[in-house]
Design a protein around this ligand. Sequence first.
Ligand SMILES: [Fe+2]
Length: 384
Amino acid sequence: MSAPVATVIQLFDLASSTYTYIVVDPHSHEAVIIDPVEEQIERDLKVIQEHALQLKWSLETHAHADHITSAGRLAEHLGARTAAPEGCHIGTAAVQLVDGQSIEVGALRLTALHTPGHTAGSMCFYLQGDPTKADAAGHLFSGDTLLINGCGRTDFQSGSAQDMFHSLTQTLFKLPDETRVWPGHDYRGQTHSTIGHERQHNTRVAGQTQAQFAKTMTNLNLPKPRRIDQAVPANLTSGLRHDAGGQDLLTVQAAADYAGDVSPELAWSWVQSGQALLVDVRSDAERAWVGFVPEAKPLAWKQWPAMEVNPDFDTGLQALALEGKKLLLLCRSGVRSIAAAKRATELGLEAYNILEGFEGDPNAQAHRGLVGGWRKRGLPWRQN
Ligand SMILES: [Fe+2]
């Protein structure tokens, strides 16, 4: 049996030049939306209603810096399930996609391709075509990895020009030439392309060595996206900024004796955009037992077993501050990090306390890790 021809509905948000896609299985009327934009939710709901679609999934190609997703609200309104790349740490997404994983929509199958470069977690989605029809080679929803005669920037949010070059040349350009490319953005009114065309004519990468490509990417000198500080933390919760925690997720709360309190989401977005350094002030033993954030610099405020203040804390922190970034202090539940932030302020440094800490507050049974905290909020961490 041949695969059905999918209907691809391409929608555009003028403010952010973002393409949103609604992909429909015409037989079952089941649909998936890719990279929906918050301000366009009324438009998208209208399209879904007019075509009598059943929205099954809302997918993200990555945690966007230039707009806020409506995925969380689409899930609330329509019962769609949310899915996002595992490496993007969107903790609210119901399904954390890994490379090669498929999402089924009626008889259609979209396959997640991990394509790091724009961000470390970024993915593209490949949709199979009907071998007997014009779209036989399938469709690629390329997010901010492959753009028409361009590619996504690689200079923030854990981006990497080397990874981008590899994703473009070794993953995407291995797809059949006729594969239709549907980009996440376009700034010149172009709507779609093909893999064959981009392999031959994409001036950023065609005929370029990895070193030449990396040099081009380093010298782009693009301005910081206008909405990054607001969009990234909001997108780490599928755009649900108004649920528990509300605006507190996105704003610095003033503190008397140090620079302020920030949510784990805001802290992570600052780390990703390169404006802050994460400092883990827990003891070495806690990091070993409970887990840690790979990006964090370890600098204990107090050490087991006596839990005396670390005599090397001041010099250690001053050394870290030489990078010229804001300091974000993380402890178990946000107590020691306040003490450490106050000390940092006395030393003349700009230091913030991360609310809830790594493990959050204890619940009624005194178990930690279930009420808030870095881990519970789905931000990156690991155990040795
Ligand atoms: Fe992006």
